[in-house]
Design a protein around this ligand. Structure first.
Ligand SMILES: NC(=O)c1ccc[n+]([C@@H]2O[C@H](COP(=O)([O-])OP(=O)(O)OC[C@H]3O[C@@H](n4cnc5c(N)ncnc54)[C@H](O)[C@@H]3O)[C@@H](O)[C@H]2O)c1
Length: 369
């Protein structure tokens, strides 16, 4: 198969969909890779690293015209719609439910659009979303520690403390992927860490992992009120799949927090779990409410594009290799997780939530593929 990797042109996007290791694996399996010149620059990857493993460097027109499968990170922007070709496979993050215009463009261009975020294993896990939650969870502590610095607006606290001075208090709400990765970093820094969840099994996992080093607390308004006022760093990491994040920390609770404490609400991309949070950008990440620094960056992995590129590509490559080896029809028949990733198949909308956003009935993959 001919696999094309265009440079991402969505503003601020620095990741690339394929690493040199991925290009090497595709070449070893007998496929051809056309990589757009400079597509890896934002992640510190040079064209020569791809040509060294057999990829061809091409212009943007070349990549889109010749590729049977396009690998991307973000959804196509309007300037790319006309480049989509009938029968081409497009494998990328799509987030189509709130984007009917893009869904129509994909349907009308007769492509096979497979979305990273809906590839789902039978246990419900989302293997191509997990790596970005891992990045965001770990980064939440790193960023929080930075903003606790006095010169950055924070309380002037070193999370690890020093002998004779107690460590900073970190409260993590939600013990899923983001939460567990945040805890790992906070423990590593030597902070005093608590985590809350509504699911006791998630708390059991933390307790087993840290043998009491991390305080686990059932999440409810009463307990939240008590822990929030002690926090130097509060991390929002909740998710109710497919729904807006629940608002757990009210504006009144934020008022009880210490002057110069920091809130990093990672769940801001789903509306946020703190009443006073709103989305911010990496160019202007924080603002202050009631003396508390709020960090609401909705695309945290973009701060570390190199790590994020490798983390994403590690997770996508096995699916890329399946699609290339078997072709899209046999690949989705062989793997139900990949089949759940199909959002649009040659003019027919397959994913139920995406179809309903257009007011249409979804087609079944069995009927069209
Ligand atoms: N800002 C960013 O850049 C960025 C990056 C990646 C992920 N995210 C977001 O981070 C959030 C968390 O993602 P995840 O992968 O960790 O999800 P996850 O499903 O792995 O974990 C969510 C956890 O929240 C818990 N939860 C639900 N309701 C709760 C409540 N009332 N109190 C306490 N806990 C509750 C669940 O039991 C679960 O353990 C999502 O909104 C995700 O979109 C943001």
């Amino acid at each position: 198969m001919i696999v094309g990797v265009p440079r991402e042109i969505k503003p601020g996007e620095q990741r690339v969909a394929l690493t040199p290791a991925g290009a090497h694996a595709l070449a070893a399996a007998g496929h051809r890779v056309i990589f757009e010149a400079d597509a890896g620059v934002g992640s510190g990857l040079r064209d020569q690293e791809y040509t060294a493993v057999g990829a061809e460097i091409g212009g943007v027109d070349d990549v889109w015209r010749r590729a049977e499968m396009i690998l991307k990170v973000k959804e196509p922007v309007p300037a790319e719609y006309s480049r989509l070709r009938a029968g081409q496979v497009l494998f990328t993050y799509l987030h189509l439910a709130p984007a009917p215009q893009l869904t129509r463009a994909l349907r009308d261009s007769d492509v096979i659009a497979v979305a990273y975020e809906t590839v789902q294993r039978s246990d419900g896990s989302l293997p191509l979303l997990t790596p970005m939650s891992e990045v965001a969870g770990r980064l939440a502590v790193q960023e929080g520690a930075f903003y606790l610095g006095r010169a950055h607006g924070g309380r002037g606290i070193l999370l690890g403390g020093v002998p004779g001075v107690p460590p900073g208090n970190v409260v993590v709400i939600g013990a899923g992927t983001v939460g567990l990765n945040a805890v790992r970093m906070a423990v590593g820094l030597g902070a005093d860490v608590s985590i809350l969840d509504v699911n006791p099994d998630r708390l059991r996992t933390v307790d087993d992992l840290y043998h009491g080093r991390v305080v686990t607390i059932m999440s409810n308004a009463f307990n939240l009120q008590a822990v929030v006022r002690r926090a130097d760093l509060l991390i929002g990491a909740v998710l109710i799949t497919g729904a807006r994040a629940p608002v757990l920390v009210t504006a009144a609770m934020v008022e009880t927090m210490k002057e110069g404490a920091v809130i990093v609400d990672v769940a801001v991309d789903q509306g946020g779990s703190v009443e006073t949070i709103h989305p911010t950008t990496l160019l202007d990440p924080t603002y202050v409410v009631s003396g508390v620094l709020h960090y609401g960056v909705a695309n945290m992995p973009a701060l570390v594009p190199r790590t994020s590129t490798f983390a994403l590509a590690n997770a996508t490559l096995p699916y890329v290799l399946q699609l290339a080896a078997r072709g899209p029809r046999d690949a989705v028949r062989a793997d139900p997780a990949l089949a759940r990733g199909v959002n649009v198949w040659r003019g027919r909308v397959i994913h139920p939530a995406v179809a309903s956003s257009l007011g249409e009935t979804p087609a079944t993959l069995d009927a069209v593929a």
